[in-house]
Write a protein that binds this ligand. Structure first.
Ligand code: G3I
Length: 315
């Protein structure tokens, strides 16, 4: 039957995956699946600050260049991830006094976004700025630059590529809760101030059987503000070992997420955070859990794959 991307494209959405450089280089089947099944890729770790500029002025764009070339060969949207984040940002940045921190943010956004002007269609401009209670995270960004760092980052990104779609991205904001309420208020404020924000990314690092019941309602309220919404880092983890019953539950969970997105016109696409259990962040970060993705470790499609496929095809 037709690949995921054909069904997504037919309804003007995208289905994406984050990718990693090593398997793309070393395992031919990896690139074959990415090209065949997905019409979007996200740059994984390769455009994070610790990768692109590990020390001042030492730039590293090789892996990301390869990804962008790959995406152009295969007619895929590129989601650039991510410009301003408290993680995976080198110590030399975190230690800068305010004025230099602001200058570093300016030159970083200018260099990274500018390099791929017209080639990276969507950017996660600011990543994970909220605490669980909805307050703004006390990151070195906020300490150094004040709450306005978020608006500044969006303005800088707009200047560097006026046509890129600019996203605010976070986790545990899929359902309606204190954190997503805060995100909603911030987006409304930014829009009211004329800050160039185009979209909201709900990461979607979910737990088996726990898709928030308010997911669609939450997507719809952001859309009603006048921004696009995307599921940007979807995975649905489970306790190992895997059982057939868990795989069936996971398939239902994936379908529920796809359906919630497709029910809202401005939910423009979904991205899985890697597509194969062979390459996933989950086992390292949540010992004893895994199997979160639609393909297994041998690159065989799981029930979740078929569920995503059928949900896209049915819409
Ligand atoms: O590159 C080093 C390597 O040299 C070293 O030998 C190895 C030993 O641990 O570590 C390697 O770095 C790892 C890096 O991934 C690249 O593989 C880091 O330890 C590891 O912490 C890092 O994890 C990434 C994580 O973000 C860090 O925050 C995951 O791969 C990545 O999937 C994950 O992605 C994040 C999104 O960016 C934002 N949202 C949440 C999501 C999951 O945490």
């Amino acid at each position: 039957s037709a690949p995921l991307r054909a069904h997504a494209a037919a309804i003007d959405r995208y289905i994406g995956t984050s990718i990693d450089p090593d398997p793309l280089a070393d395992e031919p089947i990896y690139g074959t699946i990415v090209a065949r099944e997905f019409n979007s890729i996200t740059t994984g770790n390769t455009l994070k600050w610790d990768w692109t500029q590990p020390s001042p002025g030492q730039w590293n764009f090789g892996a990301a260049d390869t990804f962008v070339d790959f995406a152009e060969q295969h007619d895929q949207l590129v989601r650039g991830h991510t410009l301003v984040w408290h993680n995976q940002t080198p110590g030399w940045v975190q230690d800068l006094p305010s004025a230099q921190l602001r200058a570093a943010m300016e030159s970083h956004i200018d260099a990274v976004v500018g390099r791929y002007e017209g080639r990276i269609g969507h950017w996660d401009v600011v990543n994970e700025p909220f605490e669980e209670d909805g307050s703004l995270r006390d990151s070195f960004w906020r300490e150094g630059l004040g709450d306005g760092y978020i608006a500044e980052a969006f303005q800088l990104a707009r200047q560097a590529d006026p046509n890129a779609e600019l996203y605010l991205n976070d986790y545990n904001v899929e359902g309606i809760n204190a954190k997503s309420d805060a995100m909603y208020e911030l987006v409304a404020d930014l829009l009211a101030q004329g800050v160039p924000i185009d979209g909201v990314g709900l990461q979607g690092h979910l737990i088996l059987g726990q898709v928030p019941s308010t997911l669609q309602q939450n997507i719809a309220r952001f859309a009603a503000l006048g921004v696009d919404v995307a599921i940007t880092e979807l995975d649905i983890r489970m306790q190992l070992p895997v059982t057939p019953g868990q795989l069936e539950q996971q398939a239902r969970d994936y379908a529920e997420v796809v359906d919630a997105c497709l029910a809202v016109e401005r939910c423009v696409g979904l991205t899985v955070w890697s597509f194969t259990d062979r390459h996933s962040w989950i086992p390292e970060f949540f010992p004893g859990e895994g199997a979160a993705l639609p393909w297994d470790e041998e690159y065989e499609p799981k029930p979740a794959y078929h569920a995503i496929h059928d949900a896209l095809a049915a819409h």
